[in-house]
Design a protein around this ligand. Sequence first.
Ligand SMILES: [Zn+2]
Ligand SMILES: [Zn+2]
Length: 116
Amino acid sequence: MAAESRVDTRCGHVFENGKRCEQEGNPCYLGGSYEEPDEYFCGKHQFEQGYCPGCGLFYGGIESFEFSDHHLCDNCESEIQVELEREDALMDETYATYPFDCEDDWTREALGTDVC
Ligand SMILES: [Zn+2]
Ligand SMILES: [Zn+2]
């Protein structure tokens, strides 16, 4: 069994007590290219180490990444925004299919027959 062919994909984060994070890691790329992963970190530690949990690329020290709403790089962040907008549009469509004013009409009619 050649040890070199076995890639250790566990999260490389080591806690203060010396224990290693047990989570399965995602490939992380330091150089900005997807050729060989430099390290592996789980979603949580990926961000702590400066890697975008969305794409695995290194964005450490970049303000727009470190203070982003979803802890994602600009690219992944804008993808999520598109996704959220799509969901909003879907909700609008759903509401359009079931107009709630129907109920109002029904209530008014029912009350109308009872008045006086
Ligand atoms: Zn971890
Ligand atoms: Zn990203």
